[in-house]
Design a binder for this molecule. Structure first.
Ligand code: PEP
Length: 249
């Protein structure tokens, strides 16, 4: 039985005091929550939020990291610096990183392997563009991103990998994939993981859905066999919308 895993990606929002207010509200509202939880604030608020979620059932996540451990990489943040702040998980390959900042599968794969090397959990985001879906290429795109993202990842490290299926056309647009469409891609990606690592690994891997998840659609999505949680953007910015998703029945 897979555990549900609900993660909030706060993107480039919130000052430290705003982030602290939200973290405090979530710590209190989710303390009896039955699922696995994560918040991923901006780098600037990691220390503040980390102090508030430490010892609770909410993990601390970062939204990205560099592919190198350290060095002359102006503006980047390293895995060592994240670990120093108590970060447990890093989101990698988010569609905004892939499409706005032009990160490719090879770069994302290096980040995945570096995160694993340092004991971080990695949420590997995959997902097709609207034109790729319309051209009937959604499965192919997700397969390629999964295979290339996991290249060289040992089976023994797979417990620290979460996949987030986020169709790009559904992110921040208010358009959600239907639970059936999302589940079909999740099932396909699970099969891809099975081909790479075997049936047991495929059965165990957590595959989150992301793309305009809201309190109104969370339980319908989560009811699907292959949807094991959510990576939430917009609705993660307020306790009023994130808590009902996180506590979905
Ligand atoms: C995201 O950024 O990962 C996301 C899914 O955003 P939203 O929930 O706003 O669509």
């Amino acid at each position: 039985m897979r555990n549900y895993y609900i993660a909030g990606n706060w993107k480039m929002h919130k000052t430290r005091s705003e982030a602290a207010d939200l973290a405090r509200a979530l710590v209190s509202s989710l303390k009896d929550g039955k699922h696995k939880y994560l918040v991923a604030p901006s780098f600037t608020a990691l220390e503040t939020v980390g102090a508030l979620v430490k010892g609770t059932n909410i993990r601390l996540g970062a939204q990205n990291m560099a592919a190198e451990e350290q060095g002359a990489h102006t503006g980047e943040v390293s895995v060592l610096q994240l670990k120093d702040l108590g970060v447990q998980t890093v989101i990698l390959g988010h569609s905004e990183r892939r499409h706005v900042y032009k990160e490719d599968d090879a770069l994302i794969n290096r980040k995945v392997k570096l995160a694993l090397k340092h004991g971080l959990e990695a949420i590997l985001c995959i997902g097709e563009l609207l034109e790729e879906r319309e051209a009937g290429k959604a499965e192919q795109v997700c397969e390629t991103q999964t295979v290339k993202g996991l290249e060289g990842v040992a089976a023994s490290d797979l417990a620290n990998i979460v996949i987030a299926y986020e169709p790009v056309w559904a992110i921040g647009t208010g358009k959600t994939a239907t639970p059936e469409d999302a589940d079909a891609i999740h099932a396909y990606v699970r099969k891809v993981v099975g081909k790479l690592y075997g049936a047991d690994a495929a059965e165990k891997i957590i595959i989150q859905y992301g793309g305009s998840v809201k309190p109104e659609n969370a339980s319908l999505l989560m009811a699907k066999e292959n949807i094991d949680g959510a990576l939430v953007g917009g609705a993660a910015l307020k306790a009023e919308t994130f808590v009902p998703i996180a506590l979905f029945a």
